[in-house]
Design a protein around this ligand. Structure first.
Ligand code: NAP
Length: 290
């Protein structure tokens, strides 16, 4: 972790050879309701992306399945040609169906197609970081990742992908992938109320690998807890701010990708993530997810 090159809370982290701000931006919620179709406010979505970069964020998380294609095309419209400092992290391994579901698409042909669609829609020659999205909407599911991960390694060797990561993965799948090729991050669901990855986070920190919690604010069901409200009131801060500050203080390898379709919330979240939460308050917040 380094504080030198950014004024954003948490400083920076290096994913392989890509330095990113620990405070990033998750672009999923920019698509329409339930991540299907275009946003209600197209210009508003472009404004959020541009503001994120203007405020110094250098890590945007996306996937071509968002919309599908909608979020990547918005990122391209808002920000292309990209500043050299900006790194866009995408994921492959799931499609969308007519009902808005996320059926797995991890066979080699689907993965190759998805990498090419991400390149095309984002307007890139090389994807900086691609996460292989595993499991299903219920969460990580056991099973070998070898065939799918090896397909991404081939695409990496062809120069289409710089770094690899896993998403929605079990610790066993993380270990299995690491026997095949290095990974630079794991992106799983984790927040104040969902602490199932505590051990994994610490193990990844020991290896210098980033952990990127998705749904840091609770996702489609915003975090609600009387303990969180009490601590937030004591700090005269919004509960969302405390949730983000807690994550940054939880471990130096945690990178934030909170989502928002509002420039006001974006600015609130950046300011809030910099809150200093005392050890006593941290101990109280710890009770939420235990
Ligand atoms: N790997 C995976 O399988 C996976 C799954 C899900 C998500 N993700 C990634 O994780 C990122 C984050 O997830 P997420 O956006 O779904 O969930 P989130 O960051 O936990 O929460 C986003 C929700 O919180 C609201 N919000 C944000 N700031 C707020 C504030 N200051 N006050 C009140 N409400 C606030 C947003 O509404 P407003 O728009 O009104 O601000 C939005 O509805 C996504 O963008 C995506 O890139 C990955």
């Amino acid at each position: 972790m380094s504080m030198a090159s950014t004024s954003l809370p948490g400083g920076t982290w290096t994913l392989g050879d890509l330095t990113v701000t620990r405070f990033g931006y998750g672009a999923m919620q920019l698509a329409g309701p339930w991540v299907m179709g275009p946003p209600a406010d197209h210009d508003g979505a472009l404004a959020v992306l541009r503001e994120a970069v203007e405020l110094g964020i250098t890590h945007i998380d996306t996937a071509d399945a968002y919309g599908p294609h909608v979020t990547n095309l918005l990122i391209r419209e808002a920000l292309h040609p990209y500043p050299a400092s900006l790194h866009i992290v995408t994921k492959v391994g799931a499609n969308r169906d007519q009902q808005g579901g996320w059926p797995p698409a991890r066979d080699p042909e689907s993965l190759r197609r998805s990498v090419h669609e991400n390149l095309e829609n984002l307007g890139l020659d090389v994807l900086g970081l691609v996460n292989l999205r595993l499991g299903n909407a219920e969460g990580p599911q056991p099973g070998s990742v070898a065939e799918a991960f090896e397909t991404l390694v081939e695409l990496q060797q062809q120069g289409l992908i710089r770094h690899l990561g896993l998403s929605n993965a079990t610790p066993e799948q993380v270990a299995e992938a690491q026997t095949i090729a290095p990974i630079v991050c794991v992106q799983n669901m984790y927040n104040l109320a969902h602490r199932q990855d505590d051990k994994l986070i610490d193990a990844l920190a020991d290896q210098g690998i980033a952990y990127v919690p998705f749904f840091p604010l609770g996702g489609f069901s915003p975090l609600q807890s009387s303990v969180l409200s009490t601590v937030a009131a004591r700090l005269e801060a919004a509960p969302m701010s405390v949730a983000l500050a807690w994550l940054l203080q939880r471990s130096p390898n945690i990178l934030l990708i909170p989502g928002t379709s509002s420039t006001t919330h974006l600015r609130e979240n950046i300011a809030g993530a910099g809150l200093s939460v005392s050890n006593d308050d941290l101990a109280e917040l710890d009770k939420i997810g235990r």
